[in-house]
Design a protein around this ligand. Structure first.
Ligand SMILES: Nc1nc2c(ncn2[C@@H]2O[C@H](COP(=O)(O)OP(=O)(O)O)[C@@H](O)[C@H]2O)c(=O)[nH]1
Ligand SMILES: [Mg+2]
Length: 157
């Protein structure tokens, strides 16, 4: 099954995002983590332990996901950048997610701009609390998955 991984530090909102993305899409007869994201059938969303955990098992998940969501919550995201490089070298497409965006007065726009500039990647602000950006992220994930399958190889981008 195609896998989409959710990465980020502890308490960055990974589990809340997994729940928000899958809330209305749980396939009745499947395990809780197997679900349908919009038009794409049966994508497995993988929740991971924090990338800031020593000996993190996120290392293992990084090897199997086609698309990785890297959650960022504040402007010290050096560790996340290192993981982004690792994920991309391993062949995953990475989407940068400004998580818990409702906590920013500007909705995370400034942090998103900074992360976009440094990483050169698509960056989106989401709030699992308010639902802001969830549909847009869902669409972006589908876009990434379909461009991977359309090309028949894993995009460097
Ligand atoms: N305000 C706000 N809080 C959030 C949001 N997402 C998660 N949280 C809170 O942040 C904390 C950590 O969330 P969790 O999903 O468990 O993070 P994880 O450790 O990365 O899985 C919890 O107290 C959540 O209620 C969000 O979008 N907005
Ligand atoms: Mg969690």
């Amino acid at each position: 099954m195609r896998q989409v991984g959710i990465f980020g530090k502890r308490k960055s909102g990974k589990s809340a995002l997994m729940y928000a993305l899958t809330r209305q899409k749980i396939i009745q007869d499947a395990s809780f983590s197997a679900m349908e994201i919009s038009g794409v059938t049966k994508v497995m969303l993988v929740d991971t332990v924090g990338v800031d955990v020593e000996g993190s098992t996120a290392e293992k998940s990084a090897q199997t996901v086609e698309v990785a969501l890297m959650l960022i919550t504040d402007d010290s995201f050096e560790l996340e950048l290192a993981w982004i490089n690792k994920l991309r070298k391993g062949g995953s497409s990475v989407i940068v997610v400004i998580s818990r965006a409702d906590l920013f007065t500007d909705g995370g726009a400034a942090l998103a701009a900074a992360a976009r500039e440094v990483s050169g990647l698509k960056t989106i602000c989401v709030s699992s609390e308010t639902g802001a950006g969830i549909v847009e992220l869902d669409n972006l994930i589908n876009h990434e998955l379909s461009s991977i399958s359309n090309c028949g190889f894993v995009n460097e981008e």
